[in-house]
Design a protein around this ligand. Structure first.
Ligand code: SF4
Length: 431
């Protein structure tokens, strides 16, 4: 029964309140439960919103649902307002307690229903080339001034924490039919060194040479030896690169994570074995490779499993073959959190984390970042001074504690990165 304009009765306004609070995200029994409790405690609109967010998080984390953790309050002298506040406090404390604990991932992932079939590939004609500054760079973080080139828009993978889909068009992946022509016409300063990356708007290799994108990129790098072209990926699809000449100024870099996180949070992507095997094969072909640990995610077994991964990396690759290792972690803007909470039946633990406001975004507290990044850097000690290490999307205050050094400016960071990459590239040229 919808509220008539003149009705001020809480019962009559509740359906709208529930709707505004986003209750439709919840399972029916959760909605019914919250509605019944609202009639008892007469929660405000804002309190209902918070209860619905908490209920959505508990469902997403496969934790005990809100009706099972709802506190039993003793019949005492408390007035209705105090009772309501005590209920809310106990529920918030429970939710915050789960966020403080490192998440636990079951041996068999619970996530379901991820299918590449949902992706629709469409050809579009775009006016201009998607070349610009790194979309996630911020004046409040120490940044490398990367330029990004959008060869394809949207991604066919489905990583829980990724915000790409919130930028683009749901399940539609767009290939610009005139990408190769525009890239071929791009004029750049031959005296300047550029660091251009693909892999921000989509995965660089998962599409292979569809719409001629890899041919266009390899041709661009060949004609512009002053460009460091970085193809960033989570894919195993290296066939086209194995069959074609890859100029030395092309870096192929893999985003890596532990098998547990890949299985639970990086859906449809290549497994760790497949990614490392692809990197190994390209390195054997003489291509400079690199590795991004972004996001590193804190969970109960993070230290053992990241430790194994770092050890494996230094066992399977020589520092001379590797240009970079970047470290980063989960960082959110509010619209992305809202979007994740709105995904139906979404199973993920990427929001089960202690979250603080950090440099205009929401992320782990510094002490957790320092702990994870320092562990990573320490474990990769054999590569210190031989591979370029950096923090991505992080404030400069973390650099010194983690690396023992920092750069005086983003320009200095950029220059050091380019010099280090060019050294590996020149080495390849000489071979
Ligand atoms: S450090 Fe990371 S966020 Fe900053 S510009 Fe470079 S790639 Fe982008």
């Amino acid at each position: 029964m919808t509220a008539t304009p003149q009705s001020n009765r809480y019962e009559d306004r509740l359906p709208d309140h529930m709707l505004q609070a986003g209750s439709e995200r919840l399972a029916d029994e959760q909605q019914d439960f919250l509605r019944s409790q609202a009639l008892v405690y007469r929660f405000t609109q804002q309190e209902l919103r918070q209860l619905c967010d908490i209920a959505a998080d508990l469902a997403m984390w496969s934790a005990d649902p809100i009706d099972r953790i709802w506190p039993e309050l003793p019949e005492d002298q408390l007035g209705p307002k105090q009772r309501r506040q005590r209920i809310l406090k106990q529920i918030r404390d429970h939710w915050q307690g789960l966020r403080e604990q490192p998440a636990h991932y079951p041996a068999i992932p619970v996530a379901r229903g991820y299918s590449a079939e949902r992706i629709r590939r469409v050809q579009v004609e775009k006016d201009r080339l998607g070349l610009g500054w790194c979309p996630v760079a911020s004046p409040r973080t120490r940044c490398c001034n990367l330029m990004t080139l959008d060869a394809v828009e949207n991604c066919g993978f489905d990583c829980s924490y990724c915000s790409i889909q919130s930028f683009y068009h749901g399940d539609e992946v767009r290939f610009d039919s005139r990408f190769a022509e525009k890239l071929a016409r791009l004029e750049i300063d031959p005296e300047r060194t550029y660091h251009i990356g693909t892999g921000q708007s989509s995965d660089s290799l998962m599409w292979g040479n569809q719409a001629g994108i890899l041919d266009a990129l390899l041709d661009f790098a060949t004609r512009h030896p002053n460009v460091i072209l970085e193809l960033k990926t989570k894919s195993k699809n290296i066939n086209h690169l194995l069959k074609h000449e890859v100029p030395p100024n092309v870096l192929c870099t893999w985003s890596l994570n532990t098998p547990t996180l890949i299985a639970n949070e990086e859906h449809l992507t290549a497994s760790l074995d497949e990614r490392l095997k692809a990197a190994r094969r390209l390195a054997d072909k003489g291509v400079v490779v690199g590795f991004h640990f972004h996001p590193m995610i804190r969970y109960d077994r993070w230290r053992e499993e990241y430790g194994d991964l770092f050890q494996r990396l230094t066992d399977e690759f020589d520092a001379q073959e590797v240009a970079l290792v970047s470290l980063g972690t989960l960082t959110y803007i509010k619209p992305v959190i809202k979007q994740l909470r709105a995904r139906p039946e979404f199973q993920s633990k990427v929001l089960q984390m202690p979250m603080v406001e950090a440099d205009g975004k929401l992320s782990y507290p510094d002490e957790i970042k320092r702990e994870m990044f320092s562990f990573a850097y320490r474990t990769l000690a054999p590569w210190h001074d031989r591979v370029f290490f950096y923090l991505c999307m992080e404030n400069q205050r973390l650099w010194e504690p983690v690396f023992g050094f920092d750069y005086p400016s983003n320009e200095a960071f950029e220059a050091a990165m380019k010099a280090s990459y060019l050294e590996k590239i020149e080495q390849k040229r000489r071979n």
